[in-house]
Design a protein around this ligand. Structure first.
Ligand code: FES
Length: 101
């Protein structure tokens, strides 16, 4: 699936991946602002992204653990996700994610 990250500097970065987590794909491609410090176990929130309202159905709701993490983040909103918790599937093709602050 092709996924576009909009960085904090407003630069679109288009990456493509078949499997694994969206965070891992971002880190592999050096997407600025996605650090993945905890290695993808939902405990650092350095992979925080905002999904658009229109595309939120593609990625589904955050889990309870993920929501608890997001609550600690000032930049979180109802369309926030920790992208280590999103698995890449073909369904995500065309997804646009904004890197959160
Ligand atoms: Fe740490 Fe996603 S990589 S919460």
């Amino acid at each position: 699936a092709k996924i576009t990250f909009i960085t904090q500097d407003n630069i679109p970065v288009i990456v493509e991946g078949e499997s694994g987590s969206v965070m891992a794909l971002a880190v592999e491609n050096n997407v600025a602002g996605i650090d993945g410090d905890c290695g993808g176990v939902c405990s650092c929130a350095t992979c925080h992204v905002h999904v658009t309202k229109e595309q939120f159905d593609l990625v589904s709701e955050a889990s309870e653990i993920e929501k608890d993490m997001l609550e600690l983040d000032d930049d979180a909103n109802e369309y926030s996700r920790l992208c280590c918790q999103i698995d890449i599937t073909e369904q995500l093709d065309g997804l646009v994610l904004t890197v959160a602050g």
